[in-house]
Design a protein around this ligand. Structure first.
Ligand code: XMP
Length: 333
Protein backbone atom coordinates (compact mmCIF):
# COMPACT_ATOMS: atom_id res chain seq x y z
CA UNK A 1 0.00 0.00 0.00
CA UNK A 2 2.43 2.64 -1.24
CA UNK A 3 0.16 5.65 -0.68
CA UNK A 4 0.07 5.08 3.08
CA UNK A 5 3.79 4.32 3.38
CA UNK A 6 4.45 7.53 1.50
CA UNK A 7 2.33 9.36 4.01
CA UNK A 8 4.29 7.82 6.88
CA UNK A 9 7.67 8.82 5.40
CA UNK A 10 6.37 12.28 4.65
CA UNK A 11 5.03 12.75 8.20
CA UNK A 12 8.28 11.55 9.78
CA UNK A 13 10.27 14.04 7.72
CA UNK A 14 7.83 16.81 8.52
CA UNK A 15 8.11 16.08 12.27
CA UNK A 16 11.93 16.09 12.10
CA UNK A 17 11.98 19.43 10.31
CA UNK A 18 9.50 20.94 12.70
CA UNK A 19 11.08 19.73 15.96
CA UNK A 20 14.67 20.34 14.88
CA UNK A 21 17.79 18.70 16.34
CA UNK A 22 17.45 19.51 20.06
CA UNK A 23 13.89 20.08 21.24
CA UNK A 24 12.03 17.44 23.23
CA UNK A 25 8.43 16.41 22.79
CA UNK A 26 6.01 15.17 25.42
CA UNK A 27 2.76 13.35 24.71
CA UNK A 28 0.02 11.65 26.67
CA UNK A 29 -0.85 8.10 25.69
CA UNK A 30 -3.98 6.23 26.71
CA UNK A 31 -3.57 2.90 24.96
CA UNK A 32 -6.05 3.87 22.27
CA UNK A 33 -5.21 3.67 18.60
CA UNK A 34 -4.86 7.43 17.99
CA UNK A 35 -2.36 8.22 20.74
CA UNK A 36 -0.45 4.99 20.10
CA UNK A 37 -0.08 5.68 16.38
CA UNK A 38 0.97 9.27 17.10
CA UNK A 39 3.51 8.06 19.69
CA UNK A 40 4.92 5.38 17.40
CA UNK A 41 5.35 7.91 14.62
CA UNK A 42 7.06 10.34 16.97
CA UNK A 43 9.44 7.63 18.19
CA UNK A 44 10.26 6.80 14.59
CA UNK A 45 10.99 10.46 13.90
CA UNK A 46 12.98 11.61 16.96
CA UNK A 47 13.67 8.53 19.12
CA UNK A 48 14.20 9.16 22.84
CA UNK A 49 13.62 12.88 22.56
CA UNK A 50 9.96 11.90 22.53
CA UNK A 51 8.51 11.13 25.96
CA UNK A 52 5.23 9.29 26.16
CA UNK A 53 3.40 9.66 29.45
CA UNK A 54 0.65 7.37 30.68
CA UNK A 55 -1.26 8.73 33.63
CA UNK A 56 -3.06 6.17 35.77
CA UNK A 57 -6.08 8.23 36.79
CA UNK A 58 -7.64 5.49 38.92
CA UNK A 59 -10.58 5.18 36.50
CA UNK A 60 -9.03 3.04 33.79
CA UNK A 61 -10.30 -0.45 33.05
CA UNK A 62 -9.22 -3.81 34.46
CA UNK A 63 -5.41 -4.25 34.05
CA UNK A 64 -5.40 -1.49 31.46
CA UNK A 65 -2.31 0.40 32.66
CA UNK A 66 -0.18 -2.74 32.79
CA UNK A 67 -1.32 -3.81 29.33
CA UNK A 68 -0.69 -0.42 27.77
CA UNK A 69 2.75 -0.26 29.38
CA UNK A 70 3.66 -3.68 28.12
CA UNK A 71 2.47 -3.05 24.56
CA UNK A 72 4.03 0.38 24.17
CA UNK A 73 7.36 -0.34 25.84
CA UNK A 74 8.04 -3.93 24.89
CA UNK A 75 6.34 -4.29 21.53
CA UNK A 76 6.51 -0.79 20.12
CA UNK A 77 9.74 0.47 21.69
CA UNK A 78 8.16 3.70 22.88
CA UNK A 79 9.94 5.64 25.64
CA UNK A 80 7.20 5.59 28.28
CA UNK A 81 6.72 6.93 31.79
CA UNK A 82 3.77 5.73 33.85
CA UNK A 83 2.56 8.13 36.53
CA UNK A 84 0.51 6.54 39.27
CA UNK A 85 -2.09 9.19 40.03
CA UNK A 86 -4.88 6.83 41.12
CA UNK A 87 -5.07 7.97 44.76
CA UNK A 88 -4.76 11.62 43.85
CA UNK A 89 -7.56 11.44 41.26
CA UNK A 90 -9.88 9.36 43.45
CA UNK A 91 -9.24 11.69 46.38
CA UNK A 92 -10.19 14.73 44.32
CA UNK A 93 -13.28 12.99 42.91
CA UNK A 94 -14.59 12.22 46.39
CA UNK A 95 -18.01 13.75 47.00
CA UNK A 96 -18.47 14.98 43.40
CA UNK A 97 -21.68 13.88 41.68
CA UNK A 98 -22.15 16.33 38.82
CA UNK A 99 -20.84 15.06 35.42
CA UNK A 100 -19.08 18.22 34.29
CA UNK A 101 -17.53 18.72 37.74
CA UNK A 102 -16.11 15.20 37.53
CA UNK A 103 -14.70 15.88 34.06
CA UNK A 104 -13.14 19.16 35.17
CA UNK A 105 -11.37 17.64 38.18
CA UNK A 106 -10.00 14.80 36.06
CA UNK A 107 -8.83 17.19 33.30
CA UNK A 108 -7.16 19.58 35.74
CA UNK A 109 -5.48 16.86 37.79
CA UNK A 110 -4.19 15.37 34.58
CA UNK A 111 -2.60 18.68 33.59
CA UNK A 112 -1.07 19.16 37.06
CA UNK A 113 0.71 15.81 36.77
CA UNK A 114 1.67 16.44 33.18
CA UNK A 115 3.24 19.80 33.96
CA UNK A 116 5.31 18.26 36.77
CA UNK A 117 6.44 15.56 34.38
CA UNK A 118 7.54 18.04 31.69
CA UNK A 119 9.74 19.79 34.26
CA UNK A 120 11.14 16.48 35.49
CA UNK A 121 12.03 15.42 31.93
CA UNK A 122 13.90 18.65 31.27
CA UNK A 123 15.87 18.35 34.53
CA UNK A 124 16.71 14.68 33.86
CA UNK A 125 17.99 15.50 30.38
CA UNK A 126 20.41 18.23 31.55
CA UNK A 127 24.02 17.25 30.82
CA UNK A 128 23.00 14.35 28.58
CA UNK A 129 23.13 14.21 24.76
CA UNK A 130 19.35 14.67 24.89
CA UNK A 131 19.51 17.99 26.75
CA UNK A 132 16.96 20.37 25.35
CA UNK A 133 13.78 22.11 26.27
CA UNK A 134 10.42 20.37 26.12
CA UNK A 135 8.92 22.51 23.38
CA UNK A 136 6.13 20.42 21.91
CA UNK A 137 3.05 18.65 23.12
CA UNK A 138 1.88 15.74 20.97
CA UNK A 139 -1.83 15.17 20.42
CA UNK A 140 -3.49 12.40 18.46
CA UNK A 141 -6.21 14.74 17.18
CA UNK A 142 -8.07 13.42 14.14
CA UNK A 143 -9.80 15.35 11.38
CA UNK A 144 -13.31 14.89 12.84
CA UNK A 145 -12.06 16.32 16.20
CA UNK A 146 -10.70 19.35 14.36
CA UNK A 147 -14.03 19.92 12.66
CA UNK A 148 -15.96 19.42 15.88
CA UNK A 149 -13.82 21.88 17.85
CA UNK A 150 -14.08 24.50 15.08
CA UNK A 151 -17.84 24.32 15.39
CA UNK A 152 -17.82 24.96 19.16
CA UNK A 153 -19.50 28.28 19.81
CA UNK A 154 -18.46 28.56 23.44
CA UNK A 155 -19.50 26.84 26.64
CA UNK A 156 -23.23 27.08 25.99
CA UNK A 157 -22.88 25.11 22.76
CA UNK A 158 -20.85 22.39 24.43
CA UNK A 159 -22.96 19.38 25.26
CA UNK A 160 -20.10 17.65 27.05
CA UNK A 161 -16.59 19.04 27.29
CA UNK A 162 -14.42 16.47 25.59
CA UNK A 163 -11.15 16.49 27.32
CA UNK A 164 -8.97 16.07 24.29
CA UNK A 165 -10.66 18.92 22.47
CA UNK A 166 -11.77 21.55 24.97
CA UNK A 167 -9.79 22.71 27.99
CA UNK A 168 -6.77 20.50 28.14
CA UNK A 169 -4.36 21.83 25.51
CA UNK A 170 -5.30 25.45 26.19
CA UNK A 171 -4.04 25.34 29.77
CA UNK A 172 -1.03 23.23 28.79
CA UNK A 173 -0.11 25.71 26.09
CA UNK A 174 -0.48 28.78 28.28
CA UNK A 175 1.21 27.37 31.35
CA UNK A 176 4.20 25.84 29.61
CA UNK A 177 4.44 27.73 26.36
CA UNK A 178 4.22 24.36 24.63
CA UNK A 179 3.51 24.19 20.94
CA UNK A 180 0.99 21.66 19.69
CA UNK A 181 2.03 18.92 17.28
CA UNK A 182 -0.79 16.94 15.67
CA UNK A 183 0.45 14.50 13.02
CA UNK A 184 -2.98 12.87 12.55
CA UNK A 185 -5.07 15.99 12.12
CA UNK A 186 -5.81 15.30 8.46
CA UNK A 187 -6.86 11.67 8.96
CA UNK A 188 -10.13 9.85 9.57
CA UNK A 189 -10.34 6.94 12.02
CA UNK A 190 -10.16 4.21 9.37
CA UNK A 191 -7.04 5.87 7.92
CA UNK A 192 -5.38 5.99 11.36
CA UNK A 193 -6.16 2.30 11.78
CA UNK A 194 -4.57 1.47 8.44
CA UNK A 195 -1.63 3.65 9.37
CA UNK A 196 -1.34 1.76 12.70
CA UNK A 197 -1.21 -1.60 10.91
CA UNK A 198 1.60 -0.35 8.69
CA UNK A 199 3.50 0.80 11.77
CA UNK A 200 3.29 -2.74 13.15
CA UNK A 201 0.65 -2.12 15.81
CA UNK A 202 -1.30 -5.22 16.85
CA UNK A 203 -4.78 -5.71 15.36
CA UNK A 204 -6.47 -5.80 18.80
CA UNK A 205 -5.13 -2.34 19.56
CA UNK A 206 -5.85 -1.06 16.05
CA UNK A 207 -9.51 -2.08 16.38
CA UNK A 208 -9.95 -1.07 20.03
CA UNK A 209 -13.15 0.78 20.87
CA UNK A 210 -12.56 4.43 21.83
CA UNK A 211 -12.33 5.01 25.59
CA UNK A 212 -13.05 8.47 27.04
CA UNK A 213 -10.37 10.46 28.90
CA UNK A 214 -12.46 10.56 32.12
CA UNK A 215 -12.72 6.76 31.89
CA UNK A 216 -15.03 4.80 34.12
CA UNK A 217 -15.87 8.02 36.03
CA UNK A 218 -18.47 9.01 33.40
CA UNK A 219 -19.86 5.46 33.35
CA UNK A 220 -20.63 5.56 37.06
CA UNK A 221 -23.67 7.71 37.70
CA UNK A 222 -23.04 9.94 40.71
CA UNK A 223 -20.14 9.66 43.12
CA UNK A 224 -17.01 7.81 42.07
CA UNK A 225 -15.72 5.83 45.04
CA UNK A 226 -12.98 3.16 44.98
CA UNK A 227 -15.62 0.52 45.79
CA UNK A 228 -17.90 1.58 42.94
CA UNK A 229 -14.97 1.76 40.50
CA UNK A 230 -13.99 -1.80 41.47
CA UNK A 231 -17.53 -3.07 40.83
CA UNK A 232 -17.91 -1.31 37.47
CA UNK A 233 -14.45 -2.49 36.45
CA UNK A 234 -15.15 -6.16 37.25
CA UNK A 235 -18.50 -6.13 35.48
CA UNK A 236 -16.97 -4.38 32.47
CA UNK A 237 -14.21 -6.95 32.25
CA UNK A 238 -16.74 -9.81 32.19
CA UNK A 239 -18.91 -8.01 29.62
CA UNK A 240 -16.04 -7.20 27.23
CA UNK A 241 -14.47 -10.66 27.61
CA UNK A 242 -17.78 -12.32 26.71
CA UNK A 243 -18.22 -10.01 23.74
CA UNK A 244 -14.74 -10.92 22.53
CA UNK A 245 -15.35 -14.64 23.08
CA UNK A 246 -18.56 -14.41 21.07
CA UNK A 247 -16.55 -12.87 18.21
CA UNK A 248 -18.76 -9.77 18.01
CA UNK A 249 -16.40 -7.10 19.40
CA UNK A 250 -15.81 -5.56 15.97
CA UNK A 251 -19.55 -5.44 15.25
CA UNK A 252 -20.02 -2.71 17.85
CA UNK A 253 -18.39 0.71 18.10
CA UNK A 254 -18.29 0.99 21.88
CA UNK A 255 -19.38 -1.22 24.77
CA UNK A 256 -19.07 -1.01 28.54
CA UNK A 257 -20.65 -1.88 31.87
CA UNK A 258 -21.61 1.17 33.91
CA UNK A 259 -23.10 1.58 37.36
CA UNK A 260 -26.28 3.22 38.59
CA UNK A 261 -26.45 5.39 41.71
CA UNK A 262 -29.37 3.50 43.17
CA UNK A 263 -29.51 0.02 44.54
CA UNK A 264 -32.17 -2.65 44.13
CA UNK A 265 -33.38 -5.68 46.01
CA UNK A 266 -32.64 -9.19 44.87
CA UNK A 267 -32.57 -12.74 46.22
CA UNK A 268 -29.43 -14.80 46.31
CA UNK A 269 -29.70 -18.28 47.79
CA UNK A 270 -32.05 -17.83 50.73
CA UNK A 271 -31.01 -14.29 51.40
CA UNK A 272 -32.52 -11.00 50.44
CA UNK A 273 -29.82 -8.65 49.13
CA UNK A 274 -29.79 -4.95 48.49
CA UNK A 275 -27.24 -4.52 45.76
CA UNK A 276 -25.82 -2.46 42.93
CA UNK A 277 -27.42 -2.10 39.49
CA UNK A 278 -25.16 -2.61 36.47
CA UNK A 279 -26.07 -0.84 33.24
CA UNK A 280 -24.69 -2.52 30.13
CA UNK A 281 -24.33 -0.37 27.03
CA UNK A 282 -23.20 -1.33 23.54
CA UNK A 283 -23.71 0.82 20.47
CA UNK A 284 -23.03 0.93 16.77
CA UNK A 285 -22.25 4.21 15.08
CA UNK A 286 -20.21 5.62 12.24
CA UNK A 287 -19.55 9.10 13.60
CA UNK A 288 -20.39 8.98 17.35
CA UNK A 289 -22.86 11.87 16.84
CA UNK A 290 -25.74 9.42 16.47
CA UNK A 291 -25.77 5.80 17.62
CA UNK A 292 -28.01 2.74 17.85
CA UNK A 293 -28.06 0.11 20.60
CA UNK A 294 -26.37 -3.12 19.51
CA UNK A 295 -28.86 -5.95 18.91
CA UNK A 296 -27.56 -8.72 21.13
CA UNK A 297 -28.84 -12.24 20.99
CA UNK A 298 -31.12 -12.33 24.02
CA UNK A 299 -29.60 -15.60 25.07
CA UNK A 300 -26.10 -14.14 25.21
CA UNK A 301 -27.36 -11.10 27.09
CA UNK A 302 -28.92 -13.35 29.75
CA UNK A 303 -25.69 -15.34 30.06
CA UNK A 304 -23.74 -12.12 30.55
CA UNK A 305 -26.19 -10.92 33.22
CA UNK A 306 -26.00 -14.23 35.06
CA UNK A 307 -22.21 -14.21 35.14
CA UNK A 308 -22.02 -10.63 36.36
CA UNK A 309 -24.47 -11.22 39.23
CA UNK A 310 -22.72 -14.44 40.20
CA UNK A 311 -19.17 -13.16 40.00
CA UNK A 312 -19.29 -9.53 41.07
CA UNK A 313 -19.98 -9.18 44.80
CA UNK A 314 -22.56 -6.57 45.63
CA UNK A 315 -24.42 -6.63 42.29
CA UNK A 316 -28.13 -7.48 42.46
CA UNK A 317 -29.36 -6.50 38.98
CA UNK A 318 -28.12 -6.15 35.42
CA UNK A 319 -29.90 -3.96 32.85
CA UNK A 320 -29.26 -3.32 29.14
CA UNK A 321 -29.59 0.25 27.90
CA UNK A 322 -31.53 0.31 24.62
CA UNK A 323 -31.61 4.08 24.15
CA UNK A 324 -30.50 5.48 20.79
CA UNK A 325 -28.40 8.62 20.51
CA UNK A 326 -30.14 11.04 20.37
CA UNK A 327 -31.89 11.34 22.75
CA UNK A 328 -29.44 9.31 24.87
CA UNK A 329 -25.67 9.76 24.73
CA UNK A 330 -23.15 6.99 24.46
CA UNK A 331 -21.67 7.52 27.91
CA UNK A 332 -23.96 7.66 30.95
CA UNK A 333 -22.80 11.14 31.91
P1 XMP B 1 -21.38 10.84 24.12
O1 XMP B 1 -21.51 10.26 25.50
O2 XMP B 1 -21.26 12.33 24.12
O3 XMP B 1 -20.01 10.29 23.55
O4 XMP B 1 -22.44 10.33 23.19
C1 XMP B 1 -19.55 10.45 22.21
C2 XMP B 1 -18.13 9.95 22.13
O5 XMP B 1 -17.28 10.80 22.89
C3 XMP B 1 -16.65 10.10 23.95
N1 XMP B 1 -16.63 10.98 25.13
C4 XMP B 1 -15.51 11.52 25.65
N2 XMP B 1 -14.22 11.40 25.29
N3 XMP B 1 -13.61 12.84 27.07
C5 XMP B 1 -13.26 12.06 26.03
O6 XMP B 1 -12.07 11.95 25.75
C6 XMP B 1 -14.90 13.02 27.49
O7 XMP B 1 -15.18 13.75 28.44
C7 XMP B 1 -15.90 12.31 26.73
N4 XMP B 1 -17.26 12.24 26.83
C8 XMP B 1 -17.67 11.40 25.85
C9 XMP B 1 -17.47 8.85 24.15
O8 XMP B 1 -16.70 7.79 24.72
C10 XMP B 1 -17.94 8.57 22.74
O9 XMP B 1 -16.94 7.90 21.99
Amino acid sequence: HWVMSDFIQHEIQRIRNLVGPKAQVIGAVSGGVDSTVAARLMTEAIGDRFHAVLVDNGVMRHNECQQVKETLEKHLGINLTVIDGANLFLGRLKGLTEPEAKRKVIGNTFIDLFEEEAIRIEKAAENTPNAGKVEYFLQGTLYPDVIESLSFKGPSATIKTHHNVGGLPARMMNGQGLKLIEPLRELFKDEVREFGRQLGIHEDLVMRHPFPGPGIAIRIIGEVTPERVAIARKADHIFISMIREAGIYNEMSQAYAGLDTNRAVGVMGDARVYGYIIILRAVTTTNFMTAEPYEFSFDLLKKIARRIVNEVDGVARVTYDITSKPPGTIELE
